[in-house]
Design a binder for this molecule. Structure first.
Ligand code: MOS
Length: 752
């Protein structure tokens, strides 16, 4: 049921179908020519500029704010603080369809919970004048000592209020203590991952304007409908009065849900009766729009001599903000539940409240840090057992989901190990640590598993077949740079049997049919299903017009005998009996035919456990004198259902791997414990990988046919690419040096 697609044995096995082809991005030209308009770039008449004032303390309350000098500064229209800001209502929770992670409504009181918290907004006629005026605002505080070190707050850790990725915060399967007692070999180690920031190229940006009680917002968001609902509830107006538009996103990775600048832009626009544009600075991108939480994870593995796991325990803490700001759990134990076939399992997650902004989703929230810990521990166990790391994983392969007691809808993890190992050259690895060299450099090879769940969310779409035989499909999903606009057009083109150039997909506007948050790698599964359904429904309407019409060559022919290909609607057994969309619509004198579709998924009735899997392989070269780690080669093999567009899917994997290498070696947000302030809040000191850090990355697919995940058969490709990468690199570092680094990032100082 599976076939391999890869760089060299690729790919375009789709015949005359669009799905499965490596089609270039439909918006590629717009983007490279600068014609694509991002949220901050939409021209609006009489625009004004908002600049947020951030708190310089991390904990306490505002004693006084003196805005007099700022107010008389040239070009200033207004300054809003908690002293004069209109009252706003509470924001709806995520579960209620809201988009804001923070529950704190801005500018309603004097309390300060974290450094950089918004305490005011200056509105002026230019960005520069607003920025200058903001520096003239004088704030005094009643300061309390900030609590920002998670390690010092272990004793105060609390049980999460909400579930942790759908599971209770504490879980037990079988009898973990007994399992551990039966083990011949144990690994018990603590792994830590630091706070990380998303840092998309495009900062958060919002333009808000009112016409009476109607609000229009251009926002960089991966959840237009969530922003709409949140704004409607906060301002106490009907949802229909709010329109949220977002045509392009310059990277999101989970942070572009909704943050305070959206409400502040709308508030400022209402107050000044002028459109307001509010763009966050790079520095503000570190303080008020979420981050990946710091984690400290203990993993305990017990195994028999033959490698079979008798128990897995995975416990730990991560940080969240103060209760008034909101609670977020980084669900690092999520993959541990289903990854290996241990009969005994225990997981436990606790939260530490700090004076930091609220953490949020960041590419593979949970799996990214969790698989670093779990897959590092597996690697440690493989050395204890003197067993090849792949062989250890094969011996513990979960043939069914051990937690849900459900069969997999499809699973090709073994094929991924095999393909990845072959392409990477795993057999050339000498298993002994510190045994491989290249001149004075130490060489290491490491591997890890990758996984990510298949999520599906309700979605709606509309398809319109036009009289010229072209089609337009609509759904308010988002183009985050992943290729959504391209792949959706491919889906619709195949349903209609027309070339992909004949289909246009319109997205990113709440005037269009409702789409879910573009998160959880679920857009193809959710919106794709809706769009396929809508296009099928529109096609059926056209066919019906032909079948009911005595003038049509298809008159009276049953639907099952009809095919749609090469722009023709024809009788399968006699292809010359054919019509085109154009001839049908013209004869009926119709400009267009339209249909809608609601995609719903019954998660409660699920009979299969649905996940993507993969295998990650890293080769590192380490300078033994300076501790510098270079990743010299990286190979990933992934099974993510049907591959819709090999080119865009491969790009997602490569992007995930690059981000994973950053996580392994570079990324770390540093907070000054005295002031609770982030020290490296810029891209000069917060290190993300650059070209020189990244080797040639190879990404391969084991393509699967999975009829259970959704009618399209795609599992989603946005997040799995990052999972397991940091572990593969850390495992390669151990193999090269004999030194186990259990604290990310693996910086040179830790290797000396
Ligand atoms: Mo993703 S972290 O679900 O945008």
């Amino acid at each position: 049921m599976s076939q391999t697609l890869g760089k060299n044995n690729n790919a375009d096995n789709a015949g005359n179908k669009a799905v499965g082809k490596s089609i270039n991005r439909v918006d590629g030209r717009l983007k490279v020519t600068g014609a694509a308009r991002y949220s901050a770039e939409i021209p609006v008449e009489k625009i004004t500029y908002g600049v947020i004032i951030g708190s310089t303390i991390a904990h306490g309350r505002i004693k006084s704010i003196d805005t007099r000098a700022a107010e008389s500064s040239p070009g200033v229209l207004a300054i809003l603080t908690h002293l004069n800001a209109p009252k706003l209502r509470p924001m709806p929770a995520l579960a209620a369809g809201g988009a804001a992670l923070e529950s704190r409504v801005p500018l309603q009181d004097a309390f300060i919970y974290h450094s950089g918290q918004n305490i005011g907004v200056v509105i002026a006629d230019t960005f520069e004048r607003a920025t200058h005026a903001a520096t003239l605002v004088r704030v005094t505080y009643e300061e309390q000592p900030p609590v920002v070190e998670m390690e010092r707050q272990r004793a105060k850790a609390v049980v999460p209020k909400e579930k942790v990725a759908g599971k209770p915060p504490d879980t037990v399967r079988g009898n973990p203590a007994q399992g551990l007692a039966q083990a011949d070999v144990r690994v018990e180690e603590t792994y830590t991952t630091p706070t990380e920031h998303h840092n998309p190229m495009e900062p958060h940006a919002t333009t808000a304007m009112w016409e009476g009680e109607r609000l229009t917002v251009y926002d960089a968001t991966q959840y237009t409908f969530g922003v709409r609902k949140t704004l409607a509830e906060t301002f106490g107006i009907p949802e229909d009065n709010v329109r949220v538009v977002c045509h392009f996103i310059g990277g999101a990775f989970g942070c572009k849900t909704m943050w305070s600048q959206v409400s502040l832009a709308a508030l400022a626009a209402r107050y000044t009766r002028r459109p307001v544009k509010l763009i966050l600075t790079r520095e503000q991108m570190f303080t008020m729009v979420g981050h990946r939480a710091q984690t400290e994870q203990q993993v305990t593995l017990g195994a028999k001599r033959d490698g079979h796991l008798t128990a897995i325990m995975h416990k730990g803490i991560s940080h969240t903000s103060q209760a008034e700001v909101g609670e977020f759990v980084e669900p690092y134990t999520v993959a541990t539940h289903m990854m290996y076939a241990s009969p005994n399992l225990q997981t436990s997650q606790r939260l530490v409240r700090l004076n930091k902004g609220i953490p949020t989703y960041m590419r593979a929230p949970g799996e990214a840090p969790g698989m670093y810990a779990l897959e590092s521990a597996l690697d440690e166990l493989s050395y204890e057992l003197r067993l090849d790391p792949i062989e250890l994983r094969l011996r513990n392969h979960a043939d069914t989901d051990p937690d849900e007691n459900l069969p997999w809808s499809s699973k090709s993890l073994k094929e991924c190990y095999k393909l990845g190992a072959e392409k990477f050259g795993w057999s050339r690895r000498n298993p002994t640590p510190r045994s491989m060299r290249d001149g004075r450099y130490l060489i290491g090879m490491g591997m890890a598993s990758a996984t990510y769940p298949v999520y599906r969310f309700p979605a709606t779409a509309r398809a319109r077949i036009l009289q010229d035989g072209s089609a337009v499909v609509y759904s308010s999903t988002h183009e985050m740079g992943t290729g959504t606009a391209t792949v959706m057009a491919q889906v619709a083109a195949d349903v209609l049997g027309v070339p992909v150039e004949r289909v246009r997909f319109e997205l990113g506007d709440t005037d269009l049919p409702r789409a879910p948050v573009s998160g959880g790698s679920a857009t193809m599964a959710s919106v794709g299903t809706a769009l396929q359904g809508a296009t099928q429904a529109a096609r059926a309407k056209v066919l019906e017009l032909a079948r009911m019409d005595t003038r049509s060559p298809l008159y009276g022919i049953p639907e099952t005998e009809i095919a749609f290909e090469n722009g023709q609607i024809f009788l399968k057994s006699e292809p010359t009996k054919s019509e085109t969309y154009e001839t049908v619509l013209k004869r009926q004198n119709l400009q267009q035919v339209e249909a809608n579709f609601d995609a719903k998924f019954d998660e409660a009735q699920k009979k299969f456990s649905m996940h993507s899997f993969g295998a990650q392989f890293a080769e590192v070269r380490i300078d033994p004198d300076f501790g510098e780690v270079r990743v010299t080669r990286f190979t990933g093999a992934f099974a993510t259902g049907r591959i819709m567009n090999f080119k865009t899917a491969r790009s997602q994997m490569i992007g995930g791997i690059v981000m994973g290498i950053g996580m392994a070696l570079l990324e770390e947000t540093v907070t000054d414990s005295r002031f609770g302030r982030i020290v490296n809040r810029n891209l000069g000191e917060y290190h993300v990988p650059v070209n020189a850090d990244i080797p040639a990355i190879e990404a391969y697919f084991v393509e699967e046919t999975d009829p259970h995940v959704n009618p399209i058969g795609a599992k989603g490709v946005g997040e799995i690419g990052i999972t397991g990468v940091a572990a593969a690199v850390a495992n390669a570092v151990y193999h090269a040096t004999g030194k186990r680094i259990r604290e990310l990032p693996i910086t040179p100082d830790k290797l000396l």
